[in-house]
Design a protein around this ligand. Structure first.
Ligand code: ADP
Length: 553
């Protein structure tokens, strides 16, 4: 009979992270640029106390375990308190991406059945418009103080966040419950159709926090000053609010101020040592620093991911500014970290050019993530750096299903030996893996466009074009773009006898989709290539238009 371990059973709960930070790094600062325009500072101890008060306030509003508390907010301390105050009290924190089209925001809030919505001052006009459509939301909370509350608002019973928190005494003990309870939800529109919710658990989030702080991952420590540029509505800012609490790092939140100048000034003023974000943000920062002839005095490391890190950016940051670039790959469905590119002692002996080629790849799986590349039948392919296949993953912080969906996204995989290797999550990315385990994304099988780290659904754009009376068929493909990585190009076949111009076609998108999602250009073609089963051959179109020059602007 198996001998059982005789260790304490303590559930892995998110509240334990902030309790640890408050107890052991209580005087370490959290600095936030506020939407209100000023700089706010307090400590992990203050954050924990206010999170407890928030938990009390949410209970007083009548929220029950499992209820969803949505946020529409930039990176800041109040958002951090909602992360901990809601999840810690067995509510579920649902971060909504404010860059989505308003109707999509309402759709997501309804799908998640959010019971409360907390939002930054900058989103007040938006929520005034959307509130009547958000059918499940019982409490609207404006994340500001009394002085910044509007004199009147069309939102029924609009609450003031600071007032709610300050009314409580903090005599609250974080509850202990099953670590498999949901802690947060993040929607992704990374695949076709409506956005889908990834529901993280306390267990998955805490394990991810451990793994992501390790030296060959994000390498976070209490000596670091960490500024997450990646938004807190984007896969929990890649888990940094959790891993920073676990190690007791100083946190710096930029609020909505993500332009090069604002970021640089905050980096310098707060002596930021580590940051993380998508390539587009670093382009802005580098342009500013280069243009002004500046240097960084404290910035040492950055994790770049969400889209492929351009080799030129890696080189500039490393060679001109002495900033170590860690290229990472992940996705919402992975909480998000999957792989990071860090060299072993053996690889550090290689000539610099060879080291760079490895660093440009998406890197090695961290402990906790199993990855494989498979053919269309699920058969694993060799790790030879040449065979490209569908990238599949599994692990304790990989989703097993989407919120409310009956069908499992998982697929059966056979190992290289041909044996059943169980169920894995198909990422929709196509990759090679070399003999040292360095994974490199070579293509994407999912039909989407990623612009500045944000998804644009090609299906949505095609459906809008097809609604135009002169359009016979429409396809949208991604074309490379120096600033945004990818931008949408619309390929149109007109109905016989119809005349349709580029401007008229693009104007048709106005008001039907977020402005930044409107295609950059339109090409008119006599026909779109199809497969035998009638599906559009996007691969062929992408090949045909890969050198298409988008108009500037
Ligand atoms: P996030 O952008 O936070 O990583 P998403 O779920 O929005 O998470 O997007 C995940 C997808 O983004 C991946 O499946 C992949 O297509 C793309 N992606 C993420 N990181 C990289 C990278 N380093 N290189 C290339 N593509 C990437």
């Amino acid at each position: 009979m198996a001998l059982m371990g005789q260790m304490m059973t303590m559930p892995l709960l998110i509240s334990s992270l902030i309790q640890h930070a408050a107890r052991h790094s209580g005087d370490t600062e959290i600095v936030s640029k506020r939407v209100e325009g000023d700089l706010h500072r307090y400590t992990w101890a203050d954050a924990e106390l206010r999170s407890r008060k928030l938990a009390q306030a949410l209970a007083r509003l009548g929220l029950q375990p499992g209820d969803r508390v949505a946020t529409l907010a930039w990176n800041g301390y109040r958002h951090l308190e909602i992360y901990y105050g809601s999840s810690g009290s067995q509510l579920v924190c649902h971060t909504i991406n404010p860059r989505l089209f308003p109707e999509q925001i309402a759709w997501i809030a309804n799908d998640a059945q959010d019971a409360a919505l907390c939002f930054d001052l900058s989103f007040l006009p938006l929520i005034e418009k959307l509130a009547p459509q958000m059918r499940s939301v019982r409490h609207f909370v404006l994340m500001t103080d009394r002085a910044h509350m509007p004199a009147q608002s069309s939102i029924p019973g609009l609450l003031c966040y600071d007032e709610l928190v300050e009314a409580e005494d903090g005599h609250y003990t974080w509850p202990v419950f099953d670590e498999n309870c949901a802690s947060s939800i993040c929607y992704t529109s990374g695949t076709t159709g409506n956005p889908k919710g990834a529901v993280y658990s306390h267990r998955s989030s805490v394990l991810h926090a451990y793994a992501s702080a390790m030296p060959d991952a994000m390498d976070c420590s209490r000596r670091d000053v960490i500024l997450p540029v990646v938004p807190m509505f984007h896969v929990n800012a890649w888990g940094l609010p959790y891993s920073c609490a676990a190690v007791g790092a100083k946190l710096v939140f930029p609020g909505p101020h993500l332009d090069g100048k604002s970021l640089y000034e905050l980096f310098e003023a707060e002596q930021v040592s580590f940051s993380a974000g998508v390539p587009t943000v670093w382009l802005g920062l580098l342009n500013y620093v280069r243009g002004q002839g500046l240097k960084f005095s404290s910035f040492k490391r950055t994790v770049i991911g969400g889209s492929a890190c351009p080799p030129a950016m890696l080189k500039t940051l490393m060679d001109d500014y002495g900033v170590e670039v860690i290229h990472a790959w992940g996705m919402t469905e992975l909480s998000p970290l999957g792989t990071l590119s860090k060299l072993s002692a053996k690889q550090l002996q290689l000539p610099v050019e060879e080291q760079r080629r490895l660093l440009e790849k998406q890197g090695k799986a961290i402990y906790g993530i199993d990855m494989a590349i498979v053919d269309d039948q699920g058969q694993a392919l060799p790790w030879d750096g040449r065979s490209a296949g569908n990238l599949v993953v599994r692990g304790p912080w990989v989703i097993a299903g989407y919120f409310g969906a009956e069908r499992s996204p998982l697929i059966a995989v056979r190992g290289e030996d041909g044996r059943d290797a169980g169920l894995w999550f198909p990422t929709g990315d196509v990759a090679t893996i070399d003999a040292d385990g360095f994974m490199q994304i070579t293509d994407r099988s999912k039909d989407v466009i990623k612009s500045g780290g944000e998804w644009i659904s090609s299906i949505d754009l095609e459906n809008i074009a097809m609604a135009h009376p002169s359009v016979h068929e429409a396809a949208v493909i991604a074309v490379p773009h120096p600033r945004w990585d990818e931008r949408p190009l619309l390929v149109v076949v007109c109905k016989p006898g119809c005349q349709l111009g580029r401007e008229e076609m693009l104007a048709f998108y106005e008001g039907r989709i977020a402005k930044w999602q409107i295609p950059d250009d339109v090409v008119f073609v006599p026909e779109i290539p199809h497969t035998a089963t009638g599906k559009m051959l996007k691969l062929k179109l992408r090949e045909q238009f890969k050198d298409h020059r988008l108009p500037a602007g």
